[in-house]
Design a binder for this molecule. Sequence first.
Ligand code: SF4
Length: 349
Amino acid sequence: MAIHETATLTAATLNPDTPWQGRRYFPISQYFRRHFGGRTAKISISIAESCPNRSANSQLEPCIFCDEWGSAAYHLEKDRELLDQIRFNKELVTRRRKSQHYLVYFQSYTNTLDKVKILRQRFETALSEPYVEGLVVGTRPDCLPERILPLLDEMSQRTYVLMEIGAQSFFNDQLEFLKRGHSAESNIEAILKLKQRTGVDIGVHLIFGMPSDSPQRLIETALIINQLPVSNVKLHNLHVLENTTLAEMYRNNTFQPDELNAYADKVILFLRHLSPTVAVQRLAAVASRWDELIAPKWTGQKMQPIEYIENKMRQAGYLQGDCYDPQRQPAMTIPALISNALQQPSSSN
Ligand code: SF4
């Protein structure tokens, strides 16, 4: 059974009065528990060294929110050998919380740009550790070249593989604001291509907190996700780190990050329209390098934003998916692309 189907079963078999064991949304911990049978932890490593925006011959600028470490959680270890990083970070993860199952998370920069031979070596190295039961690979939608699809498919037949796609938004003006260098259409094409050509599980990263956010757009984003073969989402609030374009914008008063209450309202509106079968990895960003965080300060408090958002849902009696209507279609033209692509036969299933 594919993991996407596992998630559907999970939601369908839950008691509607106590969904997700008292949680107001479907947390990824419960999704993984259903799949692996116990607590599952991601071991983050930093091995990729660049991305299309930062490569030497790129015409692009870095994304406005990105610091020089390219989203790495453990940037100081990037010069260590992969196996050393896995072993070292497994100890760190285990010290925080005991888990029965481990996935290696290729997190920093873009992890599908290197040659197939190198990618294969990295994946094999990660899987050579006896406690590693799968791979999580962070990448961009425009960095899934034909040459790596057979490798991803092969890996997904051997082990659990979750591809985390940095979509960030399904609105092109927002992607331009973020200086992402890819389009909303490329987000959808990447997701559908992975679904059709490989057996990987698919997660999507989204950023809320841009000046052009609106209730309609948040609902529309949920409706688009509901149409896609995506098993989970990871939500980030746009926050300001030192040495980023956003820091300059913040200092010259052209950008103000959302306060927690405003951000919570956005997340809640999105979650209420999101299918209850889509798991949620994270409700808000967690600043890995606190000394670099400029604003908002609430981003530096790891658990408080999650508790705040969930309490707000609880007090209002809201749940993920309580406004979900499986018949409701997104309004924008992208759905035409979705349905056309979904009608094409899949080569892997
Ligand atoms: S967010 Fe990702 S794609 Fe953008 S500049 Fe940073 S590492 Fe590159």
